[in-house]
Design a protein around this ligand. Structure first.
Ligand code: G
Ligand code: G
Ligand code: MN
Ligand code: NA
Length: 254
């Protein structure tokens, strides 16, 4: 069986699961929330990486149903975590271009917030630059509707596309997620620190906050803090983990 044929029934068979990677507030090093990352437990092949199956899901359009499941599951589980722990926790969910292009996307988000009672400010949608620049006018309208619901909007893998920066003026973006290539890059001419510092200053001037991704070492944590970067995510703090592990981590933090 090809991956594609086994992907089709995977949702109904309950083969997907969400893992969560903590997001750290660099001011006090507390866990503010987490990114939901899908995992596929294939009955024969074992764990299949989203890098393998998300592109197939996008091509076949299956991403629309899978993405809806991710959104619901992330909101249900986060709502439950908030109740169990008695504190605010935010979840960010990756949204693919195909989902965003779907007419009913805003209604789906509105409905899931109603059904779960998750405070809208606790949900962040991660969009990629390429998804955003697809149809600027339509996207701008949709993002304004989403923003009016009270959810946060983030640009994922910021700086890796070829889209320029003009869209930042027309879209109500709250958060820039700085791709890990920028966090790691050491160059002769401009240090990683100077580069990140320039991004952070720009974002702050535009009233956006910055999350650095792929943070693997204490050195990087320290330079991010001195560059006034707001949040960080990466193996240095924690890998993506099952819900149970995240719950223990948050419970122990209190
Ligand atoms: O978790 P990593 O764990 O391996 O994820 C690999 C890639 O898959 C990343 O680019 C990530 O954004 C993407 N990805 C993970 N989960 C989801 C999801 O629920 N929806 C979409 N569209 N992409 C996801
Ligand atoms: O594209 P997106 O940013 O959503 O993808 C997140 C991806 O980055 C996931 O595959 C996740 O497992 C991976 N990731 C998270 N932290 C680190 C890290 O510190 N180093 C590396 N190399 N990958 C990371
Ligand atoms: Mn992401
Ligand atoms: Na990213």
């Amino acid at each position: 069986m090809t991956l594609e044929t086994s992907l089709r029934p995977a949702l109904a068979r309950g083969e997907f699961e969400l893992h969560y990677q903590p997001r750290i507030d660099l001011r006090d090093m507390s866990v503010l929330g987490m990114e939901a990352l899908i995992r596929w437990n294939h009955p024969e092949r074992g764990r299949v990486s989203p890098q393998q199956f998300i592109p197939i899901a996008e091509e076949t359009g299956l991403i629309v149903q899978i993405g809806r499941w991710v959104l619901e599951e992330a909101c249900v589980q986060t709502r439950r975590l908030i109740d169990e722990l008695g504190r605010t926790i935010c979840v960010s969910v990756n949204v693919s271009a195909r989902q965003l292009a779907h007419q009913t996307f805003v209604d789906e988000v509105r409905q899931v917030l109603l059904d779960t009672g998750l405070p809208p400010a606790c949900l962040e949608l991660e969009l990629t630059e390429s998804a955003l620049i697809d149809d600027i006018e339509r996207t701008a309208h949709m993002l304004r509707e989403l923003h009016e619901l009270g959810v946060k909007l983030a640009v994922d893998d910021f700086g890796t596309g070829y889209s320029g920066l003009a869209y930042l003026r027309s879209f109500p973006i709250d958060v820039l997620k700085l791709d890990r290539s920028f966090v790691l890059q050491h160059d002769e001419r401009i240090s990683a620190f100077d580069f990140v510092k320039a991004f952070v200053d720009m974002a702050h001037a535009l009233k956006m906050s910055v999350v650095a991704e792929g943070v693997e070492t204490l050195d990087v944590v320290e330079f991010l803090r001195s560059a006034a970067c707001d949040e960080a995510q990466g193996y240095y703090f924690a890998r993506p983990m099952p819900l149970g592990e995240l719950r223990s981590l948050l419970a122990n933090e209190a």
